[in-house]
Write a protein that binds this ligand. Structure first.
Ligand code: PRX
Length: 699
């Protein structure tokens, strides 16, 4: 095989992004435009800089306020922006109560269990109202919780999860949902950081054909929180099958309670929705950053809810008549904003699927779509790649029709986009590629579905009221059409942005604003661009193509994992001397973590240590962080000052050009490691994706 043929054969789907050419436009179908919420092109004028920040009144007016606000944006304490100051509202009231007059008999949620023989359950707005009220009564009267308290919810995709979140919101309790796939340790650390004294669990859930024991994680979470100095008084446990406990973990008397038991005392109780300040925190969502410690992104009530409602209406095109299915997990920000708060604020019917997309086969999502007549579908490139690989012809077999489809969380390769468009969408659906982050509350870049043409692989322009810009390292603007990548930033504040990092104002400023702040004394928002930590390219038509993270975060299947978090987990294995984690390209998941470890003197059984490392990562973080490989190396490439060169390891893992290593303290190690990973023969190198070329450069 010639060199170029070898390179070609190795070029996987996930890296086409680097080599792709400018794609042509696809236009929204006339039928879609005919019914869309947003068809008036004057939106961009209405939300232009000269109308900022008052333009966001349009979103806030989609909500019901107990008290209208007096100041749209308060910039007196930069960059801690305040939105809709003086206003009072309740998020649960906006998502449930206010729909009762018109929609009480309409499905708010449709729960689809993973086992196909278990019927889907529709929960009407009236039923949701009843369940949320009774749950709120338990939280208030049984658990003694009040507005401002934090509660950690570690639950899978069952309807009791949104019910519990809404019950918290009803009382002004700040919920912190931890993704169900995270480990008990991960949950315990987050519970301690947030100062939660109550944990809410499910006993079990279906995943991949098995009823997984989830309550077992609670035991670990309680211990870990305790060790961190946070005692847990109560663990409230929802049973997947009320009355039947499906976990091997014992229930600890005086601490653990079944929700279906304690709810009996609260049957028919009504709880008044608390009138919350627009700036009162609504929830925390922990996400990975550049240090080992996840950060609690603190979202406010008024601005957040206004932003997700506005974007659900205009970008997701949600009408109350729609059946909307976002296949994300509620344990991530996408689920909070675009399964629960946004769709329910608009009185939509939101579908909740318990299991994995390809269980029992790759036709499952399309059977669900056909059965429920889903017309808006929302998922990630990883799910699309997986379904395409497992069943490229499956969608054709089912009689469903989407008007609108979303992709989110990672760059989507044009080839994958086209399959989504032609095969999944049957050429009938408009697609939005939405770029945003946990910190942002809602979408930042996307096409407006009835107004802008789509371009495969590009997210599109900034949303109404969002003014993105690309800066180089020195803060100079990189102009549109220059084909140069830089750091995408948002020049202005917007209502969905987090208030702060829970308990760490300084980290908030340092992480998002320090890099490009023009004047730390300034009270003018123009001096405080938001640094997103993503690389991007701006085409001459104003469309942004997102390239991926520029920091130590790996985007695995659309989920954020910090390399430092994974390295800390590796170092809990006593035989490990040093650990380095780098991203490696994966055909389905986009990127995966790859681990390099060196062993302490005298340790010889590398294979066994590698297995222990994988187990430690799963225990400390969760299966989602499982590495693609663990390489046991004789030593790590290091600079003379002893810095570990992750860039070199990333180049080896991804068969990229290694670059200059003459300044290393131990350049010989590089070739040893390369042989270990790639084999004896010299493997042709390739240019590699932009995010990997930048990876670890500042280390
Ligand atoms: O790198 C970007 C990528 O996902 C990161 C944010 O991850 P998280 O906070 O977990 O939120 C995911 C869902 C909102 C970003 O920094 N990302 C998100 N959306 C896109 C994307 N990359 C490319 N295209 C997107 N549409």
């Amino acid at each position: 095989m010639s060199n170029s043929a070898a390179t070609l054969a190795e070029t996987s789907e996930a890296e086409i992004a680097v080599h792709w050419k400018e794609e042509g436009y696809y236009y929204p179908p006339a039928q879609f435009i005919g019914q869309a919420n947003l068809t008036d092109p004057s939106i961009m004028e209405r939300f232009s800089e000269k109308n900022f920040p008052e333009c966001f009144r349009e979103y806030a007016d989609m909500l019901t306020w107990f008290k209208y606000w007096h100041t749209t944006l308060d910039t007196s304490d930069p960059p801690f922006w305040k939105w809709f100051v003086g206003g009072q509202l309740n998020a649960c009231y906006n998502c449930v109560d206010r729909h009762l007059a018109k929609y009480k008999n309409k499905a708010a949620l449709i729960f689809v269990p993973e086992p196909e023989d278990e019927p889907a359950a529709a929960i009407t707005y009236q039923e949701l109202y009843r369940r949320v009220n009774e749950t709120a009564a338990v939280l208030r009267d049984f658990a003694g919780l009040k507005a401002g308290d934090r509660v950690t919810i570690h639950m899978p995709m069952i309807p009791e999860l949104p019910v519990t979140m809404l019950a918290c919101a009803r009382l002004g309790i700040i919920h912190s949902v931890v993704f169900g796939g995270f480990s008990g340790e991960a949950c315990g650390l987050r519970a301690a950081d947030s100062g939660s004294r109550v944990l809410i669990y499910a006993d079990s859930y279906w995943r991949n054909g098995k009823l997984a024991d989830h309550k077992a994680a609670a035991e670990i979470a309680v211990d870990v929180a305790q060790k961190e100095g946070q005692p847990i008084d109560k663990v409230l446990v929802w049973r997947r099958y009320p009355g039947k406990y499906s976990s091997a973990a014992p229930m600890k008397p005086g601490r653990d309670y079944f929700m279906d038991d304690v709810l009996k005392d609260c049957s028919r109780t009504r709880v008044e929705p608390a009138s919350m300040d627009a700036e009162a925190p609504l929830f925390l969502m922990y996400t990975s950053g550049t240090t080992g410690k996840p950060k609690g992104c603190q979202h406010r009530t008024g601005g957040y809810l206004a932003y997700v409602t506005g974007t659900s209406k205009y970008i997701q095109d949600i009408h109350p008549e729609d059946v909307y299915w976002c296949m994300a997990d509620i344990g991530w920000i996408t689920g909070h904003s675009y399964i629960v708060y946004g769709p329910l604020a608009l009185a939509a019917t939101s579908v909740l699927y318990e299991g994995v997309p390809n269980y029992p086969d790759a036709g499952r999502p399309w059977r669900i779509a056909e059965r429920l007549d889903v017309n808006i579908f929302h998922t990630s490139p990883t799910a699309i790649r997986m379904l395409r690989k497992a069943g490229p012809d499956e969608p054709k077999k089912y009689d469903y029709h989407f008007k609108h489809m979303t992709t989110v969380g990672e760059p989507i390769e044009p080839e994958v986009w086209k399959w989504y468009y032609e095969v999944v969408g049957k050429g009938e659906a408009v697609i939005v590629d939405t770029w945003w982050q946990t910190e942002n509350g809602g979408f930042l870049c996307s096409t407006k579905p009835a107004l802008d043409p789509m371009k495969p692989g590009s997210a599109g322009p900034g949303l109404p009221g969002i003014y993105p810009v690309i800066y180089d390292e020195e803060g100079r603007e990189i102009p549109a059409g220059s084909h140069k990548a830089g750091n995408i930033c948002i020049r202005n504040p917007w209502p969905g942005i987090i208030q702060t990092i829970w308990g760490d104002r300084e980290r908030f400023v340092r992480q998002y604003y320090q890099k490009y702040c023009r004047n730390p004394q300034s009270k003018d928002w123009h001096d405080w661009p938001y640094f997103a930590a993503d690389g991007a390219v701006l085409a001459s038509d104003g469309y942004f193509r997102i390239l991926g993270r520029v920091d130590d975060v790996i985007n695995v299947a659309g989920h954020r994992l910090g390399t430092k978090e994974i390295e800390s987990a590796c170092l809990t294995v006593p035989e490990v001397a040093e650990a380095a984690v780098v991203p490696v390209v994966d055909d389905v998941k986009g990127r995966m973590p790859e681990v390099y470890i060196s062993l302490k003197p005298g340790v010889s059984d590398g294979h066994r240590v590698a297995e222990k490392v994988t187990a430690a990562i799963e225990t400390m973080i969760g299966k989602i962080a499982r590495p693609k490989h663990v390489h046991v190396v004789p030593d790590m490439p290091k600079t003379r000052s002893g810095k570990l060169m992750r860039r070199v390891l990333a180049a080896i893992s991804n068969r990229m050009e290694i670059g200059d290593i003459t300044t290393l303290a131990n350049p010989d190690v590089v070739e040893q490691v390369r042989r270990l990973v790639q084999g004896e023969a010299r493997v042709p190198t390739r240019e590699g994706p932009e995010d990997l070329r930048r990876f670890g450069q500042e280390a």
